[in-house]
Design a protein around this ligand. Structure first.
Ligand code: PRT
Ligand code: ZN
Length: 290
């Protein structure tokens, strides 16, 4: 267990695909660190948080065992390790899928065709589980890295590996057969008990994260509109609160400001133009406390 009573300990990947975005996320919620490069542990300057920088494979266990209260790691790793942890947030980066891939022109068209085949993978548990659920028996060959070359080397017939763009499969003469797991980076929490002080820090941390995530999903919108179109425009804007309407030098016009969800941006924009809005400006939002 993490013996330091007050400091919240968070495990993140030291160096890899998740490191940069995780650090950016921590910085976006106001945490400041001095020189985290080449260090295993680093204390935040302005929050009672200590980062543990380790290999992603070790993160689920460290969190499970309570060495760290929180961790940022791909769902693929947590599920493969069968770690006993709570998933607090899906973070929408590090997105990939665990897929079965077969040599091009192999004639294999479905997972059922793989019965009795040798499958090279760094994810034997998730792969076996997939086939067990289908009532099929396969042989898994554990390979740590460069799984894509194993069919060419004759080490395996097919592979089960992470895919994001699909470029690596293609470059190795393989094609994706079926995706068996969607994965993204997640914030996980230990199921071990945490002190009230630490729970308070976790709650504070989550509130900040919520604000940052909500800001990422929202845009600040400003426009001018004829005064008589205000009611119609307020109906169109899917805002959290009622929009702000400000008078302009021209009595027949007003400025309208609001916050809208990013996914409704284009639809809303077209409707606003139809309703008479002009000079529509959209701005990113740094943070939001709702
Ligand atoms: O040193 P450490 O153990 O910490 O890092 P690592 O080398 O084990 O992991 P790393 O940094 O490569 O990946 C960390 C996490 O990023 C993974 O556990 C996933 O959650 C996530 N992620 C997202 C990916 C990918 N996308 C990804 N494309 N992890 C690996 N890949 C590899 C994949 O294994 C394959 O070799 O990229 C290749 C395929 O990419 P495409 O774009 O060609 O399809
Ligand atoms: Zn790893």
């Amino acid at each position: 267990m993490n013996s330091k009573n007050k400091t919240l300990r968070i495990a993140i990947q030291k160096s890899g695909r998740l490191s940069e975005q995780t650090l950016e996320l921590l910085q976006s919620i106001g945490l400041k660190f001095n020189g985290y490069k080449n260090r295993l542990m680093v204390q935040a300057r302005n929050f009672d948080v200590e980062l543990l920088l380790i290999r992603d494979d070790d993160i689920p266990e460290y969190v499970q065992d309570g060495v760290c209260e929180l961790g940022f790691v791909g769902a693929n790793v947590t599920l493969e390790r069968k770690a006993d942890v709570k998933v607090l947030r899906n973070l929408d980066y590090g997105i990939c899928r665990l897929s079965l891939a077969v040599p091009k022109d192999s004639g294999i068209t479905k997972a059922e065709d793989l019965s009795g085949k040798r499958i090279a993978t760094s994810y034997p548990n998730l792969t076996k589980q997939y086939f067990e659920e289908k009532g099929l028996s396969v042989d898994t060959v554990y390979i740590n890295g460069a799984v894509e070359v194993t069919p060419t080397l004759g080490v395996a017939d097919v592979i089960s590996d992470l895919v994001s763009t699909g470029g690596t499969l293609k470059a190795n003469g393989l094609e994706e057969l079926v995706s068996i797991l969607h994965s993204e980076c997640q914030l996980i929490q230990t199921n071990r008990s945490v002190s009230p002080e630490k729970q308070e820090l976790i709650d504070k941390f989550l509130t900040r994260m919520e604000g940052s995530q909500q800001a990422d999903r929202s845009r600040y919108i400003m426009m001018n509109a004829p005064t008589q179109a205000v009611d119609k425009i307020c109906e169109i804007i899917p805002s959290l609160n009622s929009p702000t309407v400000l008078p302009l030098a021209d009595d027949n016009m007003v400025a309208i400001h609001s916050v809208i969800p990013i996914e409704e941006f284009w639809e809303v924009m077209e409707q606003l133009k139809e309703a008479g809005a002009t000079g529509i400006v959209i701005l990113p939002i740094e943070n939001m406390i709702v």
